[in-house]
Design a protein around this ligand. Structure first.
Ligand SMILES: [Zn+2]
Length: 396
């Protein structure tokens, strides 16, 4: 789900200095961009692509574009090398965004040494780096077209009806300083308003905004049932961030995005504990429920007891109906957590829970069809009612 309004509110809490800019910028949904892009006046964003990202990735994408506009990066390139300057701008603003409290998604420019520098200062480091050509090659490998034209077109389509707010510093250091001051001031006001029992007056609608922030959806530890967690993990693994260079749009205006959201097929790996309490019917019912939840994600299933017997893919209902447990024996959870193959898959262990906890860390969803208590390192444990699974399976 992507709710632009809600995310903008959360962004204002994290970077209150952007508020007047957010009110000035035009946000236009389109499927023509991969994630989001800007020409300095309009932010085009792809709601469908953003919907499969988690909240912090959504916020990062929007803030990244806002920061290019706020800091007027397109006007500041002057005669500098385009790639090095774009890279420097991204490096500097991404560190600033991290300081706002929004993590940098995997795959986006993340240069800790850019922290606290201006785009021009970091440009000097990039352009003089002995690894510059290598860096350029790495990021230009995926570029379809390279346009080298000046940024004189920037501003062409802005129109004269509105002008950019002038109370936002266009210098990185000043921006960071002023933003932090404003954030501290608003936090103080808010705390004081709570202490004085007058939450309405101070901090305008901060109360509501802070509630939004505290109620962050998408925290995997808060899901009440395994079905929601499974869906969350599968949806999250459908997207990843990729690099690509900016490009000129039809009007000749430079678009600035450096990251694209790549869609992937999600994969679910299921391990079945073949201790004596499990029946073929129970596993089949469970598989039917998983399949109905995850749609066209790839599902792999394997059985384990003290050994693991390998994965097989579940492609359709026939594969589910044909599933049988071949060997049975004692349960070793350590074997299970070491048998998962893919680093990015959603991992499930289906078990009666009667065995010692594994030692290795594994972010699996443990579905325990008994009241047995287990505490595997890194996992999410859900005790479920065996009868409910059997019934659920039959109704699908
Ligand atoms: Zn950028």
């Amino acid at each position: 789900m992507f709710n632009l309004d809600l995310q903008l509110k959360k962004i204002i809490i994290k970077s209150p200095l952007l508020k007047p800019l957010i009110e000035w910028v035009e946000f236009v949904p389109t499927s023509k961009v991969d994630s989001a892009s800007t020409n300095g006046r309009i932010i085009h964003y792809n709601p469908e692509a953003l919907a499969i990202c988690d909240e912090s990735e959504q916020q990062f994408t929007i803030v990244h574009e806002l920061m290019h506009i706020a800091l007027e990066h397109m006007e500041r390139q002057q005669g500098r090398d385009q790639f090095a300057f774009n890279y420097a701008c991204d490096a500097v603003i991404n560190q600033m965004i991290k300081k706002f409290g929004i993590p940098i998604p995997k795959g986006c420019v993340d240069c800790p040494d850019a922290e606290g520098l201006s785009a021009e200062e970091y440009y000097e480091i990039v352009i003089n780096s002995p690894n510059y050509e290598e860096l350029k090659k790495k990021y230009e490998g995926s570029i379809a077209k390279i346009f080298i034209t000046p940024h004189t077109d920037w501003g062409k389509s802005f129109g004269n009806d509105k002008s950019k707010p002038t109370n936002i510093p266009t210098n990185e250091k000043e921006f960071a300083k002023k933003n932090k001051e404003l954030k501290d001031k608003l936090a103080d006001e808010y705390i004081n308003s709570l202490l004085n029992g007058d939450s309405k007056e101070a901090g305008h609608d901060m109360n509501e905004e802070v509630n939004h922030e505290l109620g962050d959806i998408g925290d995997p530890t808060t899901f009440a049932n395994w079905q929601d967690l499974l869906l969350y993990q599968v949806n999250k693994s459908k997207a990843s961030f990729d690099f690509f260079n900016g490009e000129y749009d039809a009007e000749g205006i430079w678009n600035y995005p450096y990251h694209r959201i790549r869609k992937k097929q999600a994969e679910v790996e299921i391990l079945i504990d073949t201790s004596y309490s499990v029946s073929d019917d129970l596993v089949r019912a469970f598989l039917r429920e998983v399949k109905s939840l995850v749609g066209n994600a790839k599902i792999k299933i394997g059985c384990f007891n003290e050994v693991f017997d390998g994965f097989a893919e579940i492609k359709d209902d026939n594969d589910i109906e044909n599933f049988t447990i071949k060997t049975r024996g004692g349960t070793d959870f350590e074997v299970a957590v070491k048998s998962f193959e893919s680093p990015t898959s959603t991992k499930i262990v289906f078990t009666d829970g009667y065995a010692p906890d594994p030692k290795s860390f594994c972010e699996a969803i443990w579905i325990v069809y008994s009241t047995a208590k287990i505490n595997p390192p890194g996992g999410f444990v859900y005790n479920v009612d065996e009868k409910k699974i059997l019934n659920q399976g039959r109704t699908i």
